[in-house]
Design a protein around this ligand. Sequence first.
Ligand SMILES: [Zn+2]
Length: 68
Amino acid sequence: MEDRSERGDHSIGATGFGGHGRPSRTFASGRVCAEPGCETRLSIYNDDEYCCLHVSPSTPRLRGKKIA
Ligand SMILES: [Zn+2]
């Protein structure tokens, strides 16, 4: 006699992978960093106005000094 009471929990079912058909957003090409004097070209995938060097607003910047 087989007790199946512990085997009735196979409710894995189909997971909700519906396939996200969301196209990646791109932005205008040819933009440059908004930081004065910085001519770093922004990526079309970068929705910010600044390049990666100037984008962090939480990090205080000291002009002329390198914080690293
Ligand atoms: Zn910059």
